[in-house]
Design a protein around this ligand. Structure first.
Ligand code: RIB
Length: 305
């Protein structure tokens, strides 16, 4: 059995159009190719953690529709515990519309549907699973009061909380007080601190401001450059891997899900981030969110271990 990871978060069906470039407002592009894939930041992190070897429980909501049923089937195939994946009678499953350009960059719009109904009482009902976890991991595609409740349930019992603050929004000091590891990208770090993040120096300054609020470790993900780890007494860039980018969708999710497994296994911060960087790089070489999450074997082969 792998280490126990609980993920609270969103599940979406991604409708993807691969286009020469991401359209600008008012532009119509003909000649794209369409596909669908399982997505949603929470579900992507859960799948990435399961494929990396974690024993994963996912807490979320889907609609009582074809998309919700397919999402749940996918979790089961990946060995994820779905006891706390609720089917919502009143709201459809979450859907994301995604354009992916030839350079692998994307633009995403999400209709949250049932994800928006994940409530504090839903996570209270799953408290036993959270108590027995090694790590709780969350993102920001479900209501903030739910994130806050889950974070408090976990940290009160000494369960480490990783928060991936994506998509970016302001966070209260109360939520942050429950977080052990915060993993913003450059723009999220900027939104959280007001410090423009363009360089390692800026990332360090933004992370310092977050550490001053009581977070133990801030890991600023910096795309292909890698990830900048900051604690109260250290700062270090762990270099990323250069790959041919097909689709950057979910690279951050794969990083976070894999990081949670590596941390729970007791790898050092630097080793865990290197492992997560490798998984994220592999994910960028394939189209789609969950289809691109690598297995542990693939990550280890890529790292030559
Ligand atoms: O992080 C990528 C994810 O963001 C996609 O899978 C999409 O569903 C949106 O939630």
């Amino acid at each position: 059995m792998g280490k126990r990871i609980v993920v609270v978060g969103s599940s979406n069906t991604d409708m993807i159009i691969k286009v020469p470039h991401v359209p600008v407002p008012g532009e119509t592009i003909i000649g794209g190719t369409f596909s669908t894939a399982a997505g949603g930041k929470g579900a992507n992190q859960a799948v990435a953690a399961a494929r990396a070897g974690g024993d994963v429980t996912f807490i979320g909501r889907v609609g009582e529709d074809m998309f919700g049923r397919k999402a749940k089937d996918g979790f089961v195939k990946d060995g994820i515990n779905v006891d706390y994946v609720l089917s919502d009678k009143d709201a459809p499953s979450g859907v994301a519309l995604i354009f992916v350009g030839e350079d692998g960059e994307n633009s995403i719009a999400v209709a949250s549907g049932a994800n928006a109904s994940l409530s504090p009482s839903d996570v209270e009902s799953a408290a036993d699973a959270i108590f027995s976890a090694d790590i709780l991991i969350m993102q920001l595609e479900t209501p903030l009061e739910t994130i806050q409740k889950a974070a408090a349930i976990a940290s009160d019992k000494g369960v480490k909380v990783i928060l991936n603050p994506a998509p970016a929004c302001q966070l209260s000091d109360d939520i942050l007080s429950h977080v052990a590891i915060l993993t913003p990208n450059e723009s999220e770090a900027e939104l959280l601190t007001g410090i423009k993040v363009k360089s390692e120096k800026d990332a360090g300054a933004a992370a310092d401001a977050l550490i001053a609020k009581g977070i133990e470790t801030v890991i600023v993900t910096m795309g292909a450059k890698g990830a900048f780890i900051v604690t109260a007494d250290s700062k270090e860039l762990v270099a990323g891997f250069t790959v041919k980018a097909v689709d950057a969708t979910a690279a951050g999710d794969v990083f976070n899900g894999t990081l949670a497994v590596a941390m729970a296994e007791g790898k050092s911060l630097k080793e865990a981030v290197k492992f997560a960087n490798a998984a994220a790089a592999l994910s960028v070489t394939k189209l789609g969110a969950q289809p691109s999450a690598p297995t542990r074997q693939e990550i280890e082969k890529f790292l030559g271990s």
